[in-house]
Design a protein. Structure first.
Length: 254
Protein backbone atom coordinates (compact mmCIF):
# COMPACT_ATOMS: atom_id res chain seq x y z
CA UNK A 1 0.00 0.00 0.00
CA UNK A 2 1.34 3.40 -1.00
CA UNK A 3 0.45 6.63 0.75
CA UNK A 4 -1.47 8.94 -1.63
CA UNK A 5 0.00 12.31 -2.43
CA UNK A 6 -1.21 14.70 0.27
CA UNK A 7 -1.63 17.59 -2.15
CA UNK A 8 -3.63 15.35 -4.49
CA UNK A 9 -5.99 14.43 -1.66
CA UNK A 10 -6.48 18.08 -0.76
CA UNK A 11 -7.27 18.92 -4.39
CA UNK A 12 -9.78 16.07 -4.51
CA UNK A 13 -11.50 17.38 -1.37
CA UNK A 14 -11.73 20.90 -2.80
CA UNK A 15 -13.04 19.57 -6.13
CA UNK A 16 -15.66 17.52 -4.29
CA UNK A 17 -16.81 20.57 -2.35
CA UNK A 18 -16.98 22.69 -5.50
CA UNK A 19 -18.94 20.03 -7.37
CA UNK A 20 -21.38 19.42 -4.52
CA UNK A 21 -21.98 23.13 -3.89
CA UNK A 22 -21.92 25.10 -7.14
CA UNK A 23 -22.92 28.68 -6.42
CA UNK A 24 -25.72 28.79 -8.96
CA UNK A 25 -29.30 27.57 -9.19
CA UNK A 26 -28.08 24.01 -8.43
CA UNK A 27 -26.68 24.91 -5.01
CA UNK A 28 -29.57 23.31 -3.12
CA UNK A 29 -30.23 20.48 -5.58
CA UNK A 30 -29.81 17.17 -3.81
CA UNK A 31 -28.47 15.25 -6.80
CA UNK A 32 -24.71 15.38 -7.40
CA UNK A 33 -23.71 14.59 -10.97
CA UNK A 34 -20.04 13.65 -11.04
CA UNK A 35 -20.14 11.61 -14.27
CA UNK A 36 -18.85 14.43 -16.47
CA UNK A 37 -16.16 15.61 -14.04
CA UNK A 38 -12.57 14.53 -13.53
CA UNK A 39 -13.34 13.71 -9.92
CA UNK A 40 -14.00 10.02 -10.53
CA UNK A 41 -10.63 9.59 -12.23
CA UNK A 42 -8.87 11.39 -9.41
CA UNK A 43 -10.45 9.26 -6.69
CA UNK A 44 -9.79 6.09 -8.68
CA UNK A 45 -6.12 7.08 -8.78
CA UNK A 46 -6.07 7.65 -5.02
CA UNK A 47 -7.94 4.42 -4.28
CA UNK A 48 -5.68 2.36 -6.56
CA UNK A 49 -2.76 3.08 -4.23
CA UNK A 50 -4.73 2.25 -1.09
CA UNK A 51 -6.81 -0.76 -2.14
CA UNK A 52 -5.28 -2.26 -5.29
CA UNK A 53 -7.67 -4.31 -7.39
CA UNK A 54 -10.85 -2.77 -5.95
CA UNK A 55 -12.00 -0.62 -8.85
CA UNK A 56 -15.58 -0.37 -7.55
CA UNK A 57 -14.76 1.24 -4.22
CA UNK A 58 -14.33 4.75 -5.63
CA UNK A 59 -17.60 4.32 -7.53
CA UNK A 60 -19.37 3.20 -4.34
CA UNK A 61 -18.12 6.28 -2.51
CA UNK A 62 -19.04 8.74 -5.26
CA UNK A 63 -22.52 7.23 -5.47
CA UNK A 64 -23.14 8.39 -1.89
CA UNK A 65 -22.40 12.08 -2.56
CA UNK A 66 -26.04 12.98 -3.21
CA UNK A 67 -27.03 11.45 0.14
CA UNK A 68 -24.19 13.29 1.89
CA UNK A 69 -25.17 16.58 0.25
CA UNK A 70 -28.74 16.26 1.53
CA UNK A 71 -27.36 15.85 5.06
CA UNK A 72 -24.99 18.79 4.63
CA UNK A 73 -27.76 21.08 3.42
CA UNK A 74 -29.61 20.33 6.65
CA UNK A 75 -26.44 21.11 8.60
CA UNK A 76 -26.01 24.41 6.75
CA UNK A 77 -29.62 25.43 7.38
CA UNK A 78 -29.25 24.57 11.09
CA UNK A 79 -26.16 26.79 11.30
CA UNK A 80 -28.06 29.56 9.52
CA UNK A 81 -30.97 29.31 11.96
CA UNK A 82 -28.65 29.11 14.99
CA UNK A 83 -26.25 31.97 14.26
CA UNK A 84 -27.64 35.54 14.37
CA UNK A 85 -24.62 36.70 12.35
CA UNK A 86 -25.45 34.41 9.42
CA UNK A 87 -27.60 36.07 6.77
CA UNK A 88 -27.82 33.57 3.90
CA UNK A 89 -27.35 29.87 3.25
CA UNK A 90 -24.74 30.69 0.61
CA UNK A 91 -22.73 32.55 3.25
CA UNK A 92 -22.68 29.55 5.58
CA UNK A 93 -21.64 27.14 2.82
CA UNK A 94 -19.02 29.38 1.23
CA UNK A 95 -17.40 30.98 4.27
CA UNK A 96 -18.04 29.23 7.58
CA UNK A 97 -15.09 27.07 8.72
CA UNK A 98 -17.46 25.05 10.90
CA UNK A 99 -19.44 24.00 7.85
CA UNK A 100 -16.30 23.07 5.92
CA UNK A 101 -15.13 20.93 8.84
CA UNK A 102 -18.52 19.19 8.91
CA UNK A 103 -18.32 18.65 5.13
CA UNK A 104 -14.89 17.04 5.48
CA UNK A 105 -16.13 14.86 8.32
CA UNK A 106 -19.18 13.66 6.40
CA UNK A 107 -17.09 12.44 3.45
CA UNK A 108 -14.27 11.11 5.67
CA UNK A 109 -16.77 9.22 7.81
CA UNK A 110 -18.28 7.59 4.71
CA UNK A 111 -14.81 6.46 3.62
CA UNK A 112 -14.13 5.24 7.16
CA UNK A 113 -17.26 3.10 7.04
CA UNK A 114 -16.12 1.70 3.68
CA UNK A 115 -12.91 0.60 5.46
CA UNK A 116 -10.70 2.70 3.20
CA UNK A 117 -7.29 2.98 4.91
CA UNK A 118 -5.46 6.28 5.54
CA UNK A 119 -7.62 8.47 3.29
CA UNK A 120 -10.27 9.33 5.94
CA UNK A 121 -7.55 10.53 8.32
CA UNK A 122 -5.83 12.49 5.57
CA UNK A 123 -9.11 14.31 4.89
CA UNK A 124 -9.79 15.00 8.58
CA UNK A 125 -6.24 16.30 9.05
CA UNK A 126 -6.70 18.59 6.05
CA UNK A 127 -9.82 20.01 7.70
CA UNK A 128 -7.85 20.35 10.93
CA UNK A 129 -5.12 22.30 9.16
CA UNK A 130 -7.58 24.64 7.45
CA UNK A 131 -10.08 25.22 10.27
CA UNK A 132 -8.41 24.26 13.56
CA UNK A 133 -11.22 21.73 14.09
CA UNK A 134 -10.07 18.14 14.74
CA UNK A 135 -12.80 15.53 14.22
CA UNK A 136 -11.77 11.88 13.94
CA UNK A 137 -13.45 10.29 10.88
CA UNK A 138 -14.74 7.47 13.08
CA UNK A 139 -16.87 9.78 15.22
CA UNK A 140 -20.63 9.33 14.79
CA UNK A 141 -22.41 12.67 14.28
CA UNK A 142 -26.14 13.11 13.80
CA UNK A 143 -27.99 15.62 11.66
CA UNK A 144 -28.37 18.51 11.72
CA UNK A 145 -25.14 19.53 13.42
CA UNK A 146 -23.74 23.00 14.10
CA UNK A 147 -20.23 24.24 14.81
CA UNK A 148 -19.94 27.95 15.64
CA UNK A 149 -16.47 29.54 15.38
CA UNK A 150 -14.98 26.11 15.98
CA UNK A 151 -11.28 26.77 16.50
CA UNK A 152 -9.77 24.24 18.92
CA UNK A 153 -12.62 21.71 18.83
CA UNK A 154 -11.51 18.08 19.29
CA UNK A 155 -13.88 15.14 18.76
CA UNK A 156 -12.47 11.66 19.39
CA UNK A 157 -12.88 8.50 17.35
CA UNK A 158 -15.60 6.80 19.42
CA UNK A 159 -17.59 9.93 20.28
CA UNK A 160 -21.30 9.80 19.48
CA UNK A 161 -23.21 13.03 18.83
CA UNK A 162 -26.97 13.13 18.35
CA UNK A 163 -29.22 15.37 16.25
CA UNK A 164 -29.57 19.17 16.68
CA UNK A 165 -26.33 19.49 18.66
CA UNK A 166 -24.34 22.76 18.76
CA UNK A 167 -20.61 23.00 19.54
CA UNK A 168 -18.69 26.19 20.18
CA UNK A 169 -14.95 26.84 20.05
CA UNK A 170 -12.55 24.92 22.26
CA UNK A 171 -14.88 22.00 23.03
CA UNK A 172 -13.17 18.65 23.65
CA UNK A 173 -14.91 15.28 23.49
CA UNK A 174 -12.03 13.13 24.63
CA UNK A 175 -10.88 10.03 26.47
CA UNK A 176 -10.12 9.83 30.18
CA UNK A 177 -6.69 8.35 29.49
CA UNK A 178 -4.42 7.62 26.54
CA UNK A 179 -3.98 3.86 26.71
CA UNK A 180 -3.25 1.76 23.60
CA UNK A 181 -4.95 -1.28 25.15
CA UNK A 182 -8.28 0.58 24.94
CA UNK A 183 -8.05 1.15 21.17
CA UNK A 184 -11.00 -1.12 20.40
CA UNK A 185 -13.23 0.18 23.21
CA UNK A 186 -15.52 3.21 23.46
CA UNK A 187 -13.29 5.88 24.93
CA UNK A 188 -15.16 9.09 24.12
CA UNK A 189 -18.48 10.49 25.39
CA UNK A 190 -22.01 10.32 24.04
CA UNK A 191 -23.87 13.58 23.44
CA UNK A 192 -27.61 13.10 23.03
CA UNK A 193 -30.04 15.19 20.94
CA UNK A 194 -30.57 18.95 21.33
CA UNK A 195 -27.49 19.58 23.46
CA UNK A 196 -25.43 22.80 23.47
CA UNK A 197 -21.74 22.63 24.42
CA UNK A 198 -20.37 26.12 25.07
CA UNK A 199 -16.81 27.35 24.57
CA UNK A 200 -14.01 25.56 26.35
CA UNK A 201 -16.08 22.72 27.79
CA UNK A 202 -14.27 19.39 28.15
CA UNK A 203 -16.21 16.13 28.33
CA UNK A 204 -14.25 12.93 28.83
CA UNK A 205 -14.83 9.19 28.99
CA UNK A 206 -16.60 6.49 27.04
CA UNK A 207 -19.21 5.99 29.75
CA UNK A 208 -20.01 9.70 30.03
CA UNK A 209 -23.41 10.61 28.58
CA UNK A 210 -24.79 14.12 28.27
CA UNK A 211 -28.56 13.71 28.32
CA UNK A 212 -30.81 15.24 25.68
CA UNK A 213 -31.80 18.92 25.87
CA UNK A 214 -28.91 19.74 28.22
CA UNK A 215 -26.67 22.82 28.25
CA UNK A 216 -23.00 22.52 29.18
CA UNK A 217 -21.55 25.92 30.05
CA UNK A 218 -18.19 27.36 29.15
CA UNK A 219 -15.02 25.88 30.71
CA UNK A 220 -16.88 22.99 32.34
CA UNK A 221 -14.77 19.87 33.01
CA UNK A 222 -17.08 16.85 32.95
CA UNK A 223 -16.18 13.19 33.54
CA UNK A 224 -19.55 11.82 34.63
CA UNK A 225 -22.96 11.56 33.01
CA UNK A 226 -25.66 14.20 33.40
CA UNK A 227 -29.39 13.63 33.13
CA UNK A 228 -31.55 15.01 30.30
CA UNK A 229 -32.59 18.68 30.64
CA UNK A 230 -29.56 19.50 32.81
CA UNK A 231 -27.69 22.82 32.97
CA UNK A 232 -24.05 22.38 33.95
CA UNK A 233 -21.89 25.44 34.52
CA UNK A 234 -18.56 26.45 36.02
CA UNK A 235 -18.97 29.03 38.76
CA UNK A 236 -16.26 31.65 39.09
CA UNK A 237 -16.15 35.07 40.75
CA UNK A 238 -15.33 38.33 39.03
CA UNK A 239 -15.05 41.35 41.32
CA UNK A 240 -15.46 44.90 39.95
CA UNK A 241 -14.77 47.87 42.23
CA UNK A 242 -14.46 51.60 41.82
CA UNK A 243 -10.80 52.68 41.88
CA UNK A 244 -11.45 55.61 44.23
CA UNK A 245 -12.87 53.41 46.98
CA UNK A 246 -10.36 50.60 46.57
CA UNK A 247 -8.28 50.61 49.79
CA UNK A 248 -6.31 47.36 49.48
CA UNK A 249 -2.65 47.80 48.44
CA UNK A 250 -1.67 46.58 45.02
CA UNK A 251 1.86 45.27 45.45
CA UNK A 252 3.35 43.44 42.48
CA UNK A 253 6.71 41.71 42.77
CA UNK A 254 8.22 40.60 39.48
Amino acid sequence: MNIPDKKGVEIAVKKTFKMMFPFNEELTDHYVNYSESSLKEQFEKIFSKLVPGNETLAQNFLDTLSEIKLTLLKDADFILQSDPAATRLEEVIAIYPGFFAIFCHRIANKLFKLSVPLLPRMISEYAHKITGIDIHPGATIGCPFSIDHGTGIVVGETATIGDYVKLYQGVTLGALSVDKSKASKKRHPTIEDNVILYAGSTILGGLTVVGRNSIIGGNVWLTESVAPFSVVYHKSETVIRDQNSFQEPLNFVI
